[in-house]
Design a protein around this ligand. Structure first.
Ligand code: SF4
Ligand code: SF4
Length: 342
């Protein structure tokens, strides 16, 4: 179906910030061989990084909005965890530690807790997994605030909510890390928005948080796409969670709400080969200038039908039953679900 409006185009000064290598090439779009991802954005910037000037521009623009600067600069991001594990490790079976760490994190602001056996493939080039488990946390976003997209200087409320949840994630991570260290185990923290070597999305998929959506973010059976992630790596013996497949990938093949809503047209309707894996992918070149213009666009998360409060669990129940009983859902029924847009 033809798009009603023309795609948004970046301001010309944006192009002066770009390096010679394209974001897609850097990300490995079209590459047939499996390899680690390279940190492109939200990294702790290294000297001479090809996308360093772009990152500086994004951060400067973000910090130019007082409400956004305040929400990061003055936020409570939790206590500083002790610097080393306690000298004596407490001994318990893995299932008991798993129960206790979940209980602790849920009582300390996490909305969901999942555990994955660590995999070096989730770490960016130059980073490795040196602890056996990743404990992943979800932080639900306020849908009313998230929906006020796109953010502007006058109304940055959606991005304030994104920042609020990153800060909540940082508190969960700091407290959980300290809890692990206190019991004699190691802990390495991963709280957004800055990436610290670990890509949270594949870790979260392994930890049972849901499926990758067409918009390049997760779809979760409770939050839809209205949530953020944080994580702690540890050597505490734990029991890994199971991945959670409930038909979201199948749903995405029949839906194009985010594709139609993305102003610069960055979301593809077909999967592509990225570093040797066939998956949904978002065009960095198109997304980033609009993301920058709107202080961290999340339109695709807000419009996703799964994000509407209360909708994800009923969709997951329905689509997981369908996936088990019939591999292909008939078009009429799929369209009925897709028609109930937020
Ligand atoms: S963040 Fe905005 S620009 Fe980027 S893919 Fe999503 S809707 Fe498109
Ligand atoms: S809007 Fe539709 S296509 Fe896009 S991620 Fe959500 S369900 Fe998938």
């Amino acid at each position: 179906m033809a798009r009603k409006n023309a795609y948004w185009l970046p301001p010309t000064d944006h192009f002066a910030l770009l390096p010679e290598i394209s974001g897609s090439e850097f990300n490995g779009v079209g590459e047939p061989v499996v390899r680690k991802a390279r940190q492109i954005f939200w990294l702790r910037k290294t000297a001479g990084h090809p996308f360093g000037r772009l990152q500086d521009a994004v951060v400067a623009r973000y910090n130019s909005v007082p409400a956004l600067y305040e929400v990061f600069a003055k936020a409570d991001r939790g206590p500083k965890p002790r610097s080393a594990p306690a000298p004596i490790k407490a001994e318990k079976p893995a299932a008991e530690w798993t129960r206790l760490v979940r209980e602790f994190a849920l009582a300390n602001e996490a909305d969901q807790v999942g555990i994955a056996s660590s995999d070096s493939a989730w770490f960016y080039e130059g980073h490795e997994a040196d602890l056996p488990f990743v404990i992943v946390f979800s932080l639900s976003m306020d849908y009313g605030m998230l929906s006020q997209q796109p953010s502007t200087f006058e109304n940055p409320i959606a991005q304030v909510e994104v920042a609020n949840q990153y800060n909540r994630g940082a508190r969960v991570v700091a407290r959980t890390a300290d809890w692990l260290l206190e019991r004699g185990f190691r802990a390495r923290m991963h709280a957004g928005p800055w990436v610290h070597g670990l890509s949270l999305v594949p870790a979260a998929i392994a930890a049972g948080f849901g499926e990758l959506g067409k918009h390049g973010s997760l779809i979760n059976r409770v939050h839809g796409s209205s949530f953020r992630l944080a994580a702690v790596e540890t050597d505490m013996p734990l029991v890994a969670s199971e991945p959670d497949h409930f038909g979201a990938d199948d749903f995405c093949t029949r839906c194009q709400v985010c594709t139609d809503a993305c102003p610069p047209g960055a979301i593809h309707n077909e999967k592509g080969l990225v570093r040797g894996v066939e998956k949904w992918w978002v065009d960095f070149e198109k997304c980033i200038p609009y993301f920058n213009e709107t202080f961290g666009c999340a339109i695709c998360l807000a419009v996703c039908p799964w994000s509407k409060p209360g909708r994800a669990s009923s969709l997951a129940e329905k689509w997981s039953i369908r996936a088990r009983s019939r591999p292909q859902k008939d078009g009429e029924e799929a369209n009925a679900d897709l028609g109930k847009r937020p």
